[in-house]
Ligand binder design. Structure first.
Ligand SMILES: Nc1nc2c(ncn2[C@@H]2O[C@H](COP(=O)(O)OP(=O)(O)OP(=O)(O)O)[C@@H](O)[C@H]2O)c(=O)[nH]1
Ligand SMILES: [Mg+2]
Length: 257
């Protein structure tokens, strides 16, 4: 998709809050909006197809989004270790280059498929649909998608997931929800990660939560440390509860309702 149609985020026509009428590439503002709408409509079509397939197979899919390095893969590895004996799990990894994250996931024994987006800065529903076919997914399972590290573009692309989960790590600063509101608006859950580092930082947790709730009052926030394990049980309970609702015919232990 990125190959044939100029992509919306490749433009830089909002400077100081003022939209220029013509982009440097020569594309007018109205043409740019039409292209964006066409891209998103096409994506939404594939997202609906994915969602329909997932519902039919009883697969609970989550889309993990964040800036680079906030801890997505670390969280996934720890989550898989905690849940894989109870629920079949698979992972789709998105990065511009390398299959390092898929390899990290495979060390747990869970199948993982790496998508390389090249210059693309997000996964789209078409790519994910293909990856789902290749993974040979089990019915009544949990499917994680780790999106390309980027707090902007992945917000606009529905992949067919049940929920977007945004990860904010405490090393990134409290202001990220205000600066990148779309991402915090479309997410249902925020994992505040690397809380083990709080004693060494000036990061103000209540300020960050205040900003996040300003953007999305319904956001479910869980404070965790993926490396130390703090808060992970609350995240696992939330996952089990969501899985149980998506896949009601299978019982898991200790699901929190
Ligand atoms: N102190 C601390 N470090 C963490 C925590 N979670 C992740 N890290 C570290 O943060 C770094 C990045 O973690 P990743 O899991 O690779 O982050 P990611 O979001 O998957 O990164 P990309 O896929 O590149 O966007 C690694 O060095 C992790 O060990 C945490 O809870 N506490
Ligand atoms: Mg990663």
């Amino acid at each position: 998709m990125d190959g044939d149609i100029p992509h919306h985020h490749e433009h830089d026509d909002m400077v100081g809050g003022h939209a220029h009428h013509t982009h440097a590439s020569g594309i007018s503002e109205s043409r740019r909006v039409k292209i964006e709408q066409a891209i998103l409509a096409k994506n939404n079509h594939f997202a609906q197809r994915n969602r329909h397939y997932l519902a039919k197979q009883g697969i609970f899919m989550l889309n993990l989004v964040s800036s680079p390095g906030s801890g997505k893969t670390t969280i996934l590895v720890e989550t898989i270790k905690a849940l894989q004996s109870e629920i079949p799990i698979a992972v789709i990894e998105g990065d511009q280059q390398t299959d390092q994250d898929a390899m990290r996931i495979r060390t747990t024994g869970v199948p993982a498929l790496q998508i390389n987006t090249g210059k693309g800065c997000h996964l789209d529903a078409h790519m994910v649909g293909h990856a789902m076919e290749k993974l040979d997914l089990r019915n009544n399972s949990l499917l994680f998608v780790e999106n390309v590290g980027n707090l902007v573009c992945p917000a606009a692309f529905d992949l067919g997931e049940a929920h977007k989960v945004v990860i904010l790590s405490v090393t990134e600063g409290e202001d990220k929800p205000l600066k990148y509101p779309d991402m915090f608006h479309v997410a249902d859950v925020m994992l505040l990660n690397k809380c083990d580092l709080l004693p060494y930082l000036s990061f103000n947790v209540s300020c960050a939560l205040d900003y996040a709730y300003r953007i999305n009052p319904a956001l479910k926030v869980i404070q965790i440390s993926a490396t130390e394990g703090n808060g992970l049980q609350q995240w696992i309970d939330w996952l089990k509860s969501g899985y149980q609702q998506a896949v009601p015919n299978v019982m898991v232990e200790k699901a929190a309702f």
